[in-house]
Ligand binder design. Structure first.
Ligand SMILES: Cc1cc2nc3c(=O)[nH]c(=O)nc-3n(C[C@H](O)[C@H](O)[C@H](O)COP(=O)(O)OP(=O)(O)OC[C@H]3O[C@@H](n4cnc5c(N)ncnc54)[C@H](O)[C@@H]3O)c2cc1C
Length: 430
Protein backbone atom coordinates (compact mmCIF):
# COMPACT_ATOMS: atom_id res chain seq x y z
CA UNK A 1 0.00 0.00 0.00
CA UNK A 2 1.30 3.48 -0.94
CA UNK A 3 2.12 6.12 1.66
CA UNK A 4 0.21 8.80 -0.29
CA UNK A 5 -2.59 8.89 -2.85
CA UNK A 6 -0.65 11.53 -4.76
CA UNK A 7 2.74 13.21 -4.61
CA UNK A 8 3.08 16.56 -6.36
CA UNK A 9 6.57 17.68 -7.42
CA UNK A 10 6.86 21.48 -7.33
CA UNK A 11 4.81 24.08 -5.44
CA UNK A 12 4.43 26.58 -8.27
CA UNK A 13 0.93 27.53 -9.44
CA UNK A 14 0.45 24.14 -11.16
CA UNK A 15 1.58 21.97 -8.25
CA UNK A 16 -0.15 23.89 -5.47
CA UNK A 17 -3.41 24.06 -7.47
CA UNK A 18 -3.33 20.30 -8.00
CA UNK A 19 -2.59 19.74 -4.30
CA UNK A 20 -5.41 22.04 -3.14
CA UNK A 21 -7.88 20.34 -5.47
CA UNK A 22 -6.97 16.83 -4.28
CA UNK A 23 -6.66 17.67 -0.59
CA UNK A 24 -10.06 19.38 -0.65
CA UNK A 25 -11.50 16.08 -1.91
CA UNK A 26 -9.90 14.20 1.00
CA UNK A 27 -6.97 12.61 -0.85
CA UNK A 28 -3.76 12.03 1.08
CA UNK A 29 -1.39 14.40 -0.70
CA UNK A 30 2.32 15.22 -0.40
CA UNK A 31 3.52 18.46 -2.03
CA UNK A 32 7.33 18.61 -2.37
CA UNK A 33 9.09 21.91 -3.15
CA UNK A 34 12.84 22.48 -3.42
CA UNK A 35 12.56 26.21 -2.58
CA UNK A 36 12.30 27.17 1.07
CA UNK A 37 9.92 28.92 1.32
CA UNK A 38 8.01 28.22 -1.93
CA UNK A 39 8.47 30.89 -4.58
CA UNK A 40 12.11 31.61 -3.81
CA UNK A 41 13.15 29.66 -6.94
CA UNK A 42 10.49 31.19 -9.16
CA UNK A 43 10.21 34.12 -11.52
CA UNK A 44 7.21 35.56 -13.32
CA UNK A 45 6.81 39.03 -14.77
CA UNK A 46 4.15 38.73 -13.59
CA UNK A 47 0.59 39.28 -14.43
CA UNK A 48 -1.68 36.60 -13.04
CA UNK A 49 -4.71 35.89 -15.22
CA UNK A 50 -6.22 34.03 -12.31
CA UNK A 51 -9.87 33.30 -13.09
CA UNK A 52 -9.33 29.54 -12.73
CA UNK A 53 -8.31 30.01 -9.10
CA UNK A 54 -11.95 30.58 -8.14
CA UNK A 55 -12.53 26.83 -8.70
CA UNK A 56 -10.31 26.01 -5.74
CA UNK A 57 -10.16 29.29 -3.77
CA UNK A 58 -13.48 31.09 -4.26
CA UNK A 59 -12.36 34.23 -2.39
CA UNK A 60 -8.88 34.45 -3.97
CA UNK A 61 -9.42 38.03 -5.18
CA UNK A 62 -9.88 39.10 -1.54
CA UNK A 63 -7.26 36.90 0.12
CA UNK A 64 -4.39 36.42 -2.36
CA UNK A 65 -1.37 38.79 -2.28
CA UNK A 66 -2.40 40.73 -5.40
CA UNK A 67 -0.43 43.90 -6.04
CA UNK A 68 -2.58 45.85 -8.50
CA UNK A 69 -5.20 44.97 -11.12
CA UNK A 70 -4.39 45.72 -14.75
CA UNK A 71 -6.21 48.85 -15.87
CA UNK A 72 -3.75 50.01 -18.52
CA UNK A 73 -2.09 47.67 -21.02
CA UNK A 74 0.60 48.96 -23.34
CA UNK A 75 2.26 47.11 -26.22
CA UNK A 76 5.18 48.95 -27.77
CA UNK A 77 7.93 48.80 -30.33
CA UNK A 78 11.04 50.47 -28.92
CA UNK A 79 13.55 51.73 -31.46
CA UNK A 80 16.65 53.71 -30.43
CA UNK A 81 14.77 57.01 -30.71
CA UNK A 82 11.09 56.18 -30.64
CA UNK A 83 8.35 54.28 -28.92
CA UNK A 84 5.33 53.26 -31.02
CA UNK A 85 2.55 51.94 -28.79
CA UNK A 86 -0.92 50.65 -28.47
CA UNK A 87 -1.95 52.10 -25.12
CA UNK A 88 -5.21 50.55 -23.95
CA UNK A 89 -6.88 51.52 -20.71
CA UNK A 90 -10.42 50.87 -19.72
CA UNK A 91 -12.57 51.51 -16.68
CA UNK A 92 -14.26 48.21 -17.54
CA UNK A 93 -11.29 46.39 -15.98
CA UNK A 94 -12.16 48.05 -12.64
CA UNK A 95 -15.39 46.10 -12.46
CA UNK A 96 -14.48 43.05 -14.55
CA UNK A 97 -10.88 42.51 -13.49
CA UNK A 98 -8.79 40.34 -15.78
CA UNK A 99 -5.17 40.37 -14.63
CA UNK A 100 -3.30 41.19 -11.44
CA UNK A 101 0.37 41.97 -10.89
CA UNK A 102 1.85 39.49 -8.40
CA UNK A 103 5.21 38.78 -6.79
CA UNK A 104 5.94 35.08 -6.86
CA UNK A 105 7.48 34.69 -3.41
CA UNK A 106 4.22 35.97 -1.93
CA UNK A 107 1.87 34.20 -4.35
CA UNK A 108 3.58 30.81 -4.09
CA UNK A 109 3.63 30.94 -0.30
CA UNK A 110 -0.07 31.84 -0.29
CA UNK A 111 -0.94 28.93 -2.59
CA UNK A 112 1.17 26.36 -0.75
CA UNK A 113 -0.36 27.50 2.56
CA UNK A 114 -3.80 26.95 1.04
CA UNK A 115 -2.70 23.42 0.11
CA UNK A 116 -1.53 22.83 3.66
CA UNK A 117 -4.79 24.23 5.11
CA UNK A 118 -6.74 21.91 2.80
CA UNK A 119 -4.87 18.97 4.40
CA UNK A 120 -1.90 18.36 2.12
CA UNK A 121 1.50 17.65 3.66
CA UNK A 122 3.85 20.32 2.32
CA UNK A 123 7.60 19.81 2.56
CA UNK A 124 9.99 22.50 1.38
CA UNK A 125 13.72 22.65 0.80
CA UNK A 126 13.68 19.10 -0.65
CA UNK A 127 14.54 18.36 -4.27
CA UNK A 128 13.02 15.27 -5.85
CA UNK A 129 15.90 13.53 -7.63
CA UNK A 130 13.98 10.97 -9.64
CA UNK A 131 10.86 8.87 -9.92
CA UNK A 132 10.47 5.47 -8.32
CA UNK A 133 9.33 3.28 -11.22
CA UNK A 134 8.71 -0.40 -11.88
CA UNK A 135 7.83 -1.86 -15.29
CA UNK A 136 7.04 1.60 -16.68
CA UNK A 137 4.68 2.44 -13.81
CA UNK A 138 5.42 5.41 -11.54
CA UNK A 139 5.19 4.33 -7.89
CA UNK A 140 6.61 7.35 -6.05
CA UNK A 141 9.55 9.73 -5.81
CA UNK A 142 13.17 9.44 -4.71
CA UNK A 143 15.18 12.01 -2.73
CA UNK A 144 18.77 10.95 -2.06
CA UNK A 145 18.39 7.57 -0.31
CA UNK A 146 14.69 7.92 0.49
CA UNK A 147 11.80 6.61 -1.55
CA UNK A 148 8.28 7.84 -0.85
CA UNK A 149 5.49 5.86 -2.48
CA UNK A 150 2.19 7.05 -3.93
CA UNK A 151 -0.54 5.87 -6.29
CA UNK A 152 0.26 8.71 -8.61
CA UNK A 153 2.78 11.51 -9.09
CA UNK A 154 1.94 14.89 -10.59
CA UNK A 155 5.03 16.47 -12.09
CA UNK A 156 4.71 20.26 -11.86
CA UNK A 157 8.41 21.12 -11.83
CA UNK A 158 8.37 24.05 -14.27
CA UNK A 159 10.12 24.94 -17.53
CA UNK A 160 13.18 22.75 -16.95
CA UNK A 161 11.54 19.47 -15.94
CA UNK A 162 14.58 17.41 -14.96
CA UNK A 163 12.69 14.64 -13.17
CA UNK A 164 10.38 14.01 -16.14
CA UNK A 165 13.33 14.11 -18.57
CA UNK A 166 15.41 11.74 -16.45
CA UNK A 167 12.52 9.28 -16.35
CA UNK A 168 12.17 9.50 -20.15
CA UNK A 169 8.68 10.96 -19.86
CA UNK A 170 9.51 13.99 -21.98
CA UNK A 171 12.18 15.41 -24.25
CA UNK A 172 14.52 18.07 -22.89
CA UNK A 173 13.47 21.50 -24.20
CA UNK A 174 15.58 22.76 -27.13
CA UNK A 175 16.92 26.29 -27.60
CA UNK A 176 13.82 27.21 -29.61
CA UNK A 177 11.47 25.96 -26.89
CA UNK A 178 12.70 28.16 -24.07
CA UNK A 179 13.73 31.79 -23.73
CA UNK A 180 15.72 33.37 -20.94
CA UNK A 181 13.82 35.71 -18.62
CA UNK A 182 15.62 38.26 -16.44
CA UNK A 183 13.83 40.45 -13.94
CA UNK A 184 14.60 43.29 -11.55
CA UNK A 185 12.23 44.68 -8.94
CA UNK A 186 12.57 48.43 -8.32
CA UNK A 187 11.24 49.85 -5.07
CA UNK A 188 9.38 53.15 -5.57
CA UNK A 189 6.85 55.00 -3.40
CA UNK A 190 3.23 54.18 -4.23
CA UNK A 191 2.41 57.86 -4.86
CA UNK A 192 5.30 58.16 -7.36
CA UNK A 193 4.08 55.09 -9.24
CA UNK A 194 0.52 56.43 -9.38
CA UNK A 195 1.65 59.80 -10.67
CA UNK A 196 4.20 58.46 -13.15
CA UNK A 197 1.96 55.81 -14.69
CA UNK A 198 -1.27 57.84 -14.44
CA UNK A 199 -2.91 55.44 -11.98
CA UNK A 200 -5.23 55.76 -9.00
CA UNK A 201 -5.80 53.43 -6.04
CA UNK A 202 -4.87 49.84 -6.81
CA UNK A 203 -5.14 50.18 -10.60
CA UNK A 204 -2.00 49.05 -12.42
CA UNK A 205 0.01 49.29 -15.62
CA UNK A 206 1.27 46.35 -17.68
CA UNK A 207 3.65 47.12 -20.55
CA UNK A 208 5.30 44.77 -23.03
CA UNK A 209 7.98 45.99 -25.44
CA UNK A 210 9.67 44.68 -28.56
CA UNK A 211 13.31 45.76 -28.19
CA UNK A 212 14.02 46.52 -31.81
CA UNK A 213 16.84 48.95 -30.87
CA UNK A 214 19.23 46.10 -30.01
CA UNK A 215 22.15 46.47 -32.38
CA UNK A 216 23.10 42.90 -33.16
CA UNK A 217 20.90 40.04 -34.26
CA UNK A 218 19.73 39.14 -30.74
CA UNK A 219 15.98 39.38 -30.29
CA UNK A 220 14.38 40.27 -26.97
CA UNK A 221 11.16 41.56 -25.48
CA UNK A 222 10.84 43.68 -22.34
CA UNK A 223 8.17 44.15 -19.69
CA UNK A 224 7.22 46.64 -16.98
CA UNK A 225 4.52 45.85 -14.45
CA UNK A 226 3.48 48.04 -11.53
CA UNK A 227 3.18 46.51 -8.08
CA UNK A 228 1.85 48.45 -5.06
CA UNK A 229 5.17 50.09 -4.22
CA UNK A 230 7.57 48.55 -6.70
CA UNK A 231 8.01 47.96 -10.43
CA UNK A 232 8.82 44.59 -11.99
CA UNK A 233 11.03 45.21 -15.03
CA UNK A 234 12.50 42.50 -17.18
CA UNK A 235 13.49 41.07 -20.52
CA UNK A 236 12.82 37.80 -22.28
CA UNK A 237 15.65 36.90 -24.65
CA UNK A 238 15.58 34.37 -27.48
CA UNK A 239 17.98 31.65 -26.40
CA UNK A 240 18.72 30.38 -29.89
CA UNK A 241 19.54 33.90 -31.13
CA UNK A 242 21.74 34.44 -28.08
CA UNK A 243 23.62 31.22 -28.76
CA UNK A 244 23.99 31.98 -32.50
CA UNK A 245 25.32 35.42 -31.66
CA UNK A 246 27.77 34.04 -29.10
CA UNK A 247 29.02 37.37 -27.75
CA UNK A 248 26.07 39.37 -26.37
CA UNK A 249 25.51 38.86 -22.65
CA UNK A 250 21.93 38.55 -21.52
CA UNK A 251 22.34 40.94 -18.56
CA UNK A 252 23.65 43.61 -20.97
CA UNK A 253 20.31 43.40 -22.75
CA UNK A 254 18.56 43.96 -19.42
CA UNK A 255 20.82 46.97 -18.83
CA UNK A 256 20.03 48.34 -22.30
CA UNK A 257 16.30 47.95 -21.70
CA UNK A 258 16.22 49.74 -18.35
CA UNK A 259 18.58 52.45 -19.68
CA UNK A 260 16.44 53.22 -22.74
CA UNK A 261 15.39 56.90 -22.38
CA UNK A 262 11.66 56.06 -22.39
CA UNK A 263 12.06 53.25 -19.84
CA UNK A 264 14.63 54.76 -17.49
CA UNK A 265 12.35 57.72 -16.74
CA UNK A 266 9.65 55.27 -15.62
CA UNK A 267 12.09 53.64 -13.19
CA UNK A 268 13.92 56.79 -12.09
CA UNK A 269 14.80 56.88 -8.39
CA UNK A 270 13.88 53.22 -7.91
CA UNK A 271 16.12 51.04 -5.73
CA UNK A 272 16.78 47.54 -7.09
CA UNK A 273 15.43 45.13 -4.48
CA UNK A 274 15.60 41.86 -6.29
CA UNK A 275 17.36 40.33 -9.31
CA UNK A 276 16.38 36.97 -10.78
CA UNK A 277 16.53 34.89 -13.94
CA UNK A 278 14.53 31.89 -15.14
CA UNK A 279 13.63 30.01 -18.29
CA UNK A 280 10.35 30.88 -20.00
CA UNK A 281 8.70 27.98 -21.82
CA UNK A 282 7.94 29.09 -25.38
CA UNK A 283 7.61 25.83 -27.31
CA UNK A 284 4.56 25.28 -29.49
CA UNK A 285 1.98 22.50 -29.44
CA UNK A 286 4.28 20.02 -31.18
CA UNK A 287 6.83 20.26 -28.33
CA UNK A 288 4.38 19.28 -25.61
CA UNK A 289 4.95 16.20 -23.49
CA UNK A 290 2.63 13.21 -23.34
CA UNK A 291 0.56 14.49 -20.46
CA UNK A 292 -0.13 11.27 -18.53
CA UNK A 293 0.83 7.61 -18.24
CA UNK A 294 0.82 4.78 -15.72
CA UNK A 295 0.79 6.50 -12.34
CA UNK A 296 1.76 10.00 -13.47
CA UNK A 297 0.55 13.26 -14.97
CA UNK A 298 2.51 16.34 -16.06
CA UNK A 299 1.12 19.86 -15.51
CA UNK A 300 2.05 23.52 -16.10
CA UNK A 301 5.30 24.56 -17.77
CA UNK A 302 6.69 21.04 -17.33
CA UNK A 303 4.06 19.81 -19.79
CA UNK A 304 4.70 22.73 -22.17
CA UNK A 305 1.80 25.03 -21.24
CA UNK A 306 2.43 28.78 -21.46
CA UNK A 307 2.02 31.23 -24.22
CA UNK A 308 3.57 34.39 -25.48
CA UNK A 309 2.83 36.33 -28.66
CA UNK A 310 4.79 39.46 -27.85
CA UNK A 311 1.69 41.21 -26.49
CA UNK A 312 1.14 39.02 -23.41
CA UNK A 313 3.09 36.41 -21.50
CA UNK A 314 0.79 33.82 -19.97
CA UNK A 315 1.72 30.70 -18.08
CA UNK A 316 0.52 30.90 -14.50
CA UNK A 317 -3.09 30.64 -15.68
CA UNK A 318 -2.39 27.50 -17.76
CA UNK A 319 -0.41 26.09 -14.86
CA UNK A 320 -3.35 26.60 -12.49
CA UNK A 321 -5.88 25.23 -15.00
CA UNK A 322 -3.81 22.13 -15.82
CA UNK A 323 -2.98 21.55 -12.14
CA UNK A 324 -6.68 21.61 -11.22
CA UNK A 325 -7.50 19.18 -14.04
CA UNK A 326 -4.69 16.82 -13.03
CA UNK A 327 -6.07 16.98 -9.47
CA UNK A 328 -9.57 16.19 -10.73
CA UNK A 329 -8.29 13.20 -12.74
CA UNK A 330 -6.51 11.88 -9.63
CA UNK A 331 -9.71 12.23 -7.57
CA UNK A 332 -11.65 10.16 -10.13
CA UNK A 333 -8.82 7.61 -10.31
CA UNK A 334 -8.88 7.28 -6.52
CA UNK A 335 -12.65 6.63 -6.57
CA UNK A 336 -12.10 3.84 -9.10
CA UNK A 337 -8.91 2.58 -7.47
CA UNK A 338 -7.26 2.74 -10.87
CA UNK A 339 -4.26 5.00 -11.61
CA UNK A 340 -3.40 3.37 -14.93
CA UNK A 341 -2.59 5.19 -18.16
CA UNK A 342 -6.15 4.40 -19.31
CA UNK A 343 -7.72 5.91 -16.19
CA UNK A 344 -5.52 9.05 -16.17
CA UNK A 345 -6.25 9.64 -19.86
CA UNK A 346 -9.28 11.60 -18.63
CA UNK A 347 -6.73 14.33 -17.75
CA UNK A 348 -5.81 14.51 -21.43
CA UNK A 349 -9.48 14.63 -22.43
CA UNK A 350 -10.24 17.44 -19.95
CA UNK A 351 -7.32 19.44 -21.30
CA UNK A 352 -8.46 18.89 -24.90
CA UNK A 353 -11.78 20.48 -23.96
CA UNK A 354 -10.17 23.43 -22.18
CA UNK A 355 -8.62 26.68 -23.38
CA UNK A 356 -5.21 25.37 -22.31
CA UNK A 357 -4.84 22.99 -25.26
CA UNK A 358 -7.14 24.95 -27.57
CA UNK A 359 -4.86 28.01 -27.26
CA UNK A 360 -1.82 25.87 -27.98
CA UNK A 361 -3.51 24.59 -31.14
CA UNK A 362 -4.91 27.96 -32.25
CA UNK A 363 -1.49 29.61 -31.92
CA UNK A 364 0.50 26.73 -33.42
CA UNK A 365 3.69 28.23 -34.84
CA UNK A 366 3.30 31.57 -33.00
CA UNK A 367 6.90 31.28 -31.76
CA UNK A 368 8.06 31.71 -35.38
CA UNK A 369 6.31 35.09 -35.42
CA UNK A 370 7.28 36.14 -31.90
CA UNK A 371 10.95 35.73 -32.74
CA UNK A 372 10.88 36.83 -36.39
CA UNK A 373 12.84 39.66 -38.08
CA UNK A 374 9.45 40.97 -39.21
CA UNK A 375 8.36 41.66 -35.62
CA UNK A 376 11.75 42.59 -34.17
CA UNK A 377 13.16 44.73 -36.94
CA UNK A 378 10.99 45.34 -40.04
CA UNK A 379 7.62 46.37 -38.53
CA UNK A 380 9.18 48.68 -35.91
CA UNK A 381 11.18 50.49 -38.59
CA UNK A 382 8.15 50.77 -40.89
CA UNK A 383 6.10 52.07 -37.97
CA UNK A 384 8.74 54.61 -36.95
CA UNK A 385 9.23 55.89 -40.54
CA UNK A 386 5.49 56.18 -41.06
CA UNK A 387 4.95 58.08 -37.80
CA UNK A 388 7.77 60.47 -38.64
CA UNK A 389 6.21 61.16 -42.03
CA UNK A 390 2.73 61.52 -40.54
CA UNK A 391 3.54 63.70 -37.54
CA UNK A 392 6.59 65.68 -38.63
CA UNK A 393 5.45 68.89 -40.37
CA UNK A 394 8.15 69.78 -42.92
CA UNK A 395 6.42 72.35 -45.09
CA UNK A 396 6.52 69.82 -47.98
CA UNK A 397 3.36 68.45 -49.72
CA UNK A 398 1.79 65.57 -47.76
CA UNK A 399 1.08 62.01 -48.92
CA UNK A 400 -1.89 59.77 -48.23
CA UNK A 401 -1.46 57.42 -45.25
CA UNK A 402 -1.41 54.29 -47.45
CA UNK A 403 1.31 55.82 -49.65
CA UNK A 404 3.34 56.68 -46.54
CA UNK A 405 3.00 53.14 -45.21
CA UNK A 406 3.98 51.55 -48.51
CA UNK A 407 6.94 53.89 -49.01
CA UNK A 408 8.12 53.21 -45.46
CA UNK A 409 7.89 49.48 -46.09
CA UNK A 410 9.85 49.66 -49.33
CA UNK A 411 12.45 51.87 -47.64
CA UNK A 412 13.30 48.77 -45.58
CA UNK A 413 14.41 47.00 -48.76
CA UNK A 414 11.55 44.52 -48.55
CA UNK A 415 9.73 43.66 -51.78
CA UNK A 416 5.97 44.02 -52.15
CA UNK A 417 5.49 40.25 -52.47
CA UNK A 418 7.73 39.48 -49.50
CA UNK A 419 5.87 41.99 -47.38
CA UNK A 420 2.53 40.46 -48.34
CA UNK A 421 3.73 36.92 -47.60
CA UNK A 422 5.27 37.83 -44.25
CA UNK A 423 2.25 39.96 -43.30
CA UNK A 424 -0.10 37.11 -44.18
CA UNK A 425 1.91 34.66 -42.03
CA UNK A 426 1.87 37.11 -39.16
CA UNK A 427 -1.90 37.60 -39.32
CA UNK A 428 -2.54 33.84 -39.59
CA UNK A 429 -0.42 32.96 -36.58
CA UNK A 430 -1.53 35.84 -34.38
C1 LIG B 1 10.62 36.46 -16.78
C2 LIG B 1 9.30 35.74 -16.80
C3 LIG B 1 8.13 36.46 -16.93
C4 LIG B 1 6.89 35.80 -16.92
N1 LIG B 1 5.76 36.54 -16.95
C5 LIG B 1 4.57 35.93 -16.81
C6 LIG B 1 3.37 36.70 -16.66
O1 LIG B 1 3.39 37.93 -16.63
N2 LIG B 1 2.19 36.03 -16.54
C7 LIG B 1 2.13 34.66 -16.54
O2 LIG B 1 1.03 34.10 -16.42
N3 LIG B 1 3.25 33.92 -16.68
C8 LIG B 1 4.45 34.50 -16.79
N4 LIG B 1 5.60 33.76 -16.89
C9 LIG B 1 5.47 32.29 -16.99
C10 LIG B 1 5.13 31.68 -15.64
O3 LIG B 1 6.10 32.09 -14.69
C11 LIG B 1 5.11 30.16 -15.74
O4 LIG B 1 4.32 29.76 -16.83
C12 LIG B 1 4.55 29.55 -14.47
O5 LIG B 1 5.34 29.88 -13.37
C13 LIG B 1 4.45 28.02 -14.59
O6 LIG B 1 4.01 27.49 -13.37
P1 LIG B 1 4.42 26.02 -12.95
O7 LIG B 1 3.76 25.76 -11.65
O8 LIG B 1 4.17 25.08 -14.08
O9 LIG B 1 6.00 26.05 -12.79
P2 LIG B 1 6.91 26.94 -11.81
O10 LIG B 1 6.21 28.17 -11.44
O11 LIG B 1 8.22 27.03 -12.46
O12 LIG B 1 7.01 26.06 -10.50
C14 LIG B 1 7.74 24.87 -10.47
C15 LIG B 1 8.14 24.60 -9.05
O13 LIG B 1 8.73 23.32 -8.97
C16 LIG B 1 9.85 23.38 -8.11
N5 LIG B 1 10.73 22.27 -8.49
C17 LIG B 1 11.34 22.08 -9.68
N6 LIG B 1 11.99 20.92 -9.69
C18 LIG B 1 11.80 20.36 -8.47
C19 LIG B 1 12.23 19.14 -7.87
N7 LIG B 1 12.96 18.27 -8.55
N8 LIG B 1 11.86 18.90 -6.61
C20 LIG B 1 11.10 19.78 -5.90
N9 LIG B 1 10.65 20.94 -6.42
C21 LIG B 1 10.98 21.22 -7.70
C22 LIG B 1 10.45 24.76 -8.38
O14 LIG B 1 11.26 25.19 -7.32
C23 LIG B 1 9.18 25.58 -8.53
O15 LIG B 1 8.73 26.10 -7.30
C24 LIG B 1 6.84 34.38 -16.87
C25 LIG B 1 8.01 33.65 -16.74
C26 LIG B 1 9.24 34.31 -16.67
C27 LIG B 1 10.49 33.52 -16.48
Amino acid sequence: MSEFDAIVVGAGPAGSSAAIKMANAGLKVLLVERGDPPGTKNVSGGILWGKDLSQIIPDWEKTAPLERFVERKVTSFLTADSEISIDFKTLKFSTDRTGYAVLRTRLDQYLSKKASQAGATVITGITVDSLHMENGKVLGVVNEEDTITSDCVILAEGANPRVAIKAGLRQPPGDDDVALGIKQVYKLPEATINERYNLRGNAGFAGEYVLSFLEDDVYAGGFLYTNKDSISAGVVVSLSKLRENGKTRSFDIMEKFVSHPFISRLLEGGQIQEYSAHLVYEGGYSTMAKLYGNGYMIAGDAAGFSFSNGMVIEGMNYAIASGIMAGEAAIQAKKEGDFSDQSLSRYGRMLEESYAIKDKKTFRGIEKVTWSPLVHRIIPRIAENSMMKLFNETGEPKDHVVRILLDSAFDQGISKSDLLIQGYRLMRRM
